[in-house]
Design a protein around this ligand. Sequence first.
Ligand SMILES: NC(=O)c1ccc[n+]([C@@H]2O[C@H](COP(=O)([O-])OP(=O)(O)OC[C@H]3O[C@@H](n4cnc5c(N)ncnc54)[C@H](O)[C@@H]3O)[C@@H](O)[C@H]2O)c1
Length: 439
Amino acid sequence: MSENNQKSQSHGKLLVLTPGMGAVGTTFIAGVESIRKGLSKPIGSLTQMQTIRLGARSENRSPLIKDFLPLVDLDDLTFGGWDVIPDNAYEACKRAQVLKSEDIEPISDFLKGIEPMPAAFEQKYVKKLIGDNVKEFTTKKDLTDQLRTDIQNKIKETGAERAVMVWCGSTEVFMSPSSCHMSIEAFEEGLKNNDESISPSQLYAYAAIMEGVPYANGAPNLSADVPALTQLAIQKEIPIAGKDFKTGQTLMKTILAPGFKTRMLGIKGWFSTNILGNRDGEVLDDPESFRTKEVSKTGVLDTILQPDIYNDLYEDLYHKVRINYYPPSGDEKEGWDNIDIFGWMGYPMQIKVNFLCRDSILAAPIVLDLALFLDLAKRKGKKGIQEWLSFYFKSPQVEDGHIPEHDIFIQHFRLKNTLRVMGGEEPITHLSENFESYT
Ligand SMILES: NC(=O)c1ccc[n+]([C@@H]2O[C@H](COP(=O)([O-])OP(=O)(O)OC[C@H]3O[C@@H](n4cnc5c(N)ncnc54)[C@H](O)[C@@H]3O)[C@@H](O)[C@H]2O)c1
């Protein structure tokens, strides 16, 4: 099919479901509506703004990704979500204080129409969160049944053909996989027995996969990254991805660290501190939720720098990450990094980064891209963990035995080559056309 033909076709209405309608969830929804109304541009979104080179450079073919692949058009997106707090998307958006009133008011009617469904929630999994918009239940199996009915009803109500789910809920407490996570049968038994080690986010993931809905986890907590749910995703032929949106400081880290490594510069220390005042920051003030985030944030440098191979450069690297809840900062987080690097003959140098970032502004286009790419992946017959979406995550979920890739440039290279192959084109190696003559 020609590139233009693919574009002019409709690819059906897609329902994007977000468990969690807080800062990220509502900034995403508001942004899409603002773009649809011509009030903003989709900045930060690869699916909307990036081109993809096809064939040799001399062929001069570089369509937009959205013109090359049959992605759902923004006009065909519809939204639904769950939250512990009963605010509609307008109220939640106001409360999150990410967007200015002048950006919210023109789309207020649209946002007011999106009411959160009652959440599958228990406070022991997010200690600092209190809210009464929650489902009643006797067993966790009841909860997954209710979530499945919600999904079916929302699809009908919105007239969507398909749905995808992106977890935008709070970071749950740190948990390791337990025996009930080891197989589909054990998990389903655990649902009936109210096994403590099954968290709410896992209930959503299970319900999504059972309903044929791709699932991505934007938070660092354990969710679909357990054997029971990855096996279920394969069995039901559903693509899944995770975890923890790569925004802010970790985004900077995975941009900078590959740069130091390509130049064979050593690093002695990397101290990162975050100052943030939004609800996510408050949740992360709880040591158990912070532990989940810490594991996700500190993992990136090791795989990028490979200290086992480059021991002269990175063996002694001291990596420290801190998160400080400071309400006056709101969603306008500051990420301070002090990086102690060294060069020729071991001479030390220092780099200081002060990233005054807006977390949800960086996360919203990730939610959009994940929704559109996961929907595409499903239509292309992909199932299980989608490693090519690692680009979007702090802790990329990978197949057993695979090593996660954190280098953003390698992640990007892989993402684009996957898209090329999905669109029936050859992957690109960046070797010149006459590379055979080099041998
Ligand atoms: N903002 C970013 O850049 C960024 C980056 C990486 C990861 N994340 C993660 O994304 C998630 C959302 O971030 P945020 O800033 O929007 O936080 P937020 O606190 O503003 O929103 C989270 C929402 O999830 C709701 N929630 C919690 N448990 C729920 C459940 N079981 N069912 C339904 N709703 C539930 C909360 O009530 C809250 O409204 C967090 O886990 C955060 O760690 C955010």
